[in-house]
Structure formats: C-alpha cells, structure tokens
Design a protein around this ligand. Structure first.
Ligand code: HPA
Length: 268
C-alpha cells in the first residue's frame, strides 16, 4: 500500500470515524445520486490529495463514507476515465484508499450500450467477464511481480452469485454478459460494434475494466453492474449521446439501489 493511500485513509478516518469500511461502490454516469442514500460523511475529491478531479457531467465527485442498511460503505460518486487525461491508472489511489479503509469487496457500476435484445435499455447487466478491447492497462509501469495479475475469475463468482440472489429477491432481472472496454470518448461506429459483438461481447462502455484489474491487483473481490442506457451503435434507430446516457441511467439506478440494499442486508 502506498504511503499516499495510508495518508488519505487517515484523513478520511479523521472526518468520518474509525469503523472499518466493508464495501466500496463506484458510481457510473447518471448514478451519482445513489450516494445520497448513505448516512455518513461526504468529502469532495478536491479535499483528498491524489483523487481525480472528475470532470464528466453526470458524475458527482465526492466520497461518501457511512452506513447503508447497517453496513459501513464507501461510495465513490465519480471516477476518472482513461479518456479524460490518458491515465488508465487514474483510479489506483482511490482503490488503494478503499483497501486501506478495510474493505475487501468492491462493486463497480457504469452506463453501457447493449448488444442483446434480452438486455434492453433500462435493464441492468451483471458482468460475467470483460474484454479489454482498448489494449491499455492500469498496471503498465508497475515494477513489482504483483503486476502479473491472474484474470481468470476476475469477476468474483461468489459476489456475483450473491448479487443475482439479491436481484431475484427484488424481482429485478439481472442477466450476465461480457463487457467490452472501448476507450471513448467518441462512441463506437456500427462496424466496431459488429466487430466486438463477433468477438463475444454483450455490451460496451468506456470504463470499469481498468478498475477491475486494479481491484484484483489489490486483492479486492470485485463485481460490476452495467445500467444499460441504449442499444449499441447500429442496433437501433435511437440516438446515442451523453445526454441520452444521463437521461436513461436513473432508470437503472433505482433498480441498482434496491439490489444493493438487499445485498447489504444479507451480508454476513
Ligand atoms: N458505448 C459506450 N459507452 C456507453 C454507451 C455506448 O453505447 N452507452 C453508455 N455508455
């Protein structure tokens, strides 16, 4: 763990309290208001040295540490994407801080375009696996042998099963699929979508994959859920834009909150 992460964790403990965090949650585009559900202390990223200055509209750059359904959580209201500053490891420090605060479990969320008619806009998709179509990696430059992270069961099977059980208890469909990371910020062309669909992807987005790699590097159990905001380019007549993403994401956010609360209630 880096000294920086320990120092930021100490700063957070001084503002919140010493209770160990059990679970981290990273909120994707249009999902920022989920942080408001947590009773706790909200700290602007700007007050946390080394945290991203998240500049994407639809994100809420605050860390909220507090209780949800009686479980201590840390909610990251926004992330820095690779496309903002060309840094694939932008979320390394925040995830190191999460680990330093005591968490062993991380749930990542994002907005994504679907390739599957049975996972339409407004639905959620649990990531069974991913394809790093960007070719980038947040561990490039890491000098220790820990960089050779196994990614065979990167999306934690036990955590995924728990999330599926929680979704079923809430009567919310939660199909699994493979997410492809495409760097953005431009959306994909229809030909690119056909290509990654042929390669085995079920949905596409501009985030999450570097954080899954970092989480495994840090020894955090990780699962990720996409809120589907649109059918991917060329698959429907609907318009694809960031405005549309922000308008659609709250549909998924409401479902996500119910699943998460159920999951937290059942956590051992
Ligand atoms: N492509 C990439 N990222 C996205 C999309 C998409 O279609 N929808 C929401 N985020």
């Amino acid at each position: 763990m880096s000294k920086n992460a320990e120092a930021v964790a100490a700063l957070i403990r001084a503002r919140a309290d010493d209770a160990p965090v059990r679970l981290g949650l990273v909120l994707g585009s249009g999902l920022g208001h989920l942080a408001e559900a947590v009773k706790g202390v909200a700290i602007d990223y700007a007050d946390l040295p080394g945290f991203p200055h998240a500049g994407v509209s639809g994100h809420n750059p605050k860390l909220v540490v507090g209780d949800l359904e009686g479980v201590r959580v840390a909610v990251f209201g926004g992330r820095e994407h690779y496309y903002e500053n060309g840094r694939a490891d932008a979320m390394r420090l925040p995830l190191e801080v999460l680990k330093a605060l005591g968490a062993d479990q991380l749930i990542l969320t994002n907005a994504a375009g679907s390739f599957r008619a049975d996972i339409p806009p407004g639905d959620l998709m649990l990531l069974s696996d991913h394809i790093n179509f960007s070719g980038l990696n947040p561990l490039i430059g890491e000098k220790t042998d820990a960089r050779f992270v196994p990614m065979t069961a990167a999306h934690d099977p036990v955590l995924r099963a728990a999330l599926k059980t929680a979704a079923a208890a809430c009567n919310i469909p939660l199909l699994e699929g493979v997410y492809a990371w495409y760097s953005g910020p431009s959306f994909e062309t229809p030909a690119e979508i056909r290509a990654i669909r042929t390669l085995g992807a079920d949905a596409v987005g501009m985030s999450t994959v570097p954080e899954v790699i970092l989480a495994r590097f840090l020894g955090l159990r990780v699962a990720a859920i996409s809120t589907i905001t649109n059918m991917a380019a060329g698959l429907s007549a609907e318009n694809i834009s960031h405005e549309h993403t922000k308008a659609m994401a709250p549909l998924g956010a409401a479902k996500l909150e119910r699943i998460l609360r159920e999951h937290l209630q059942k956590m051992e």
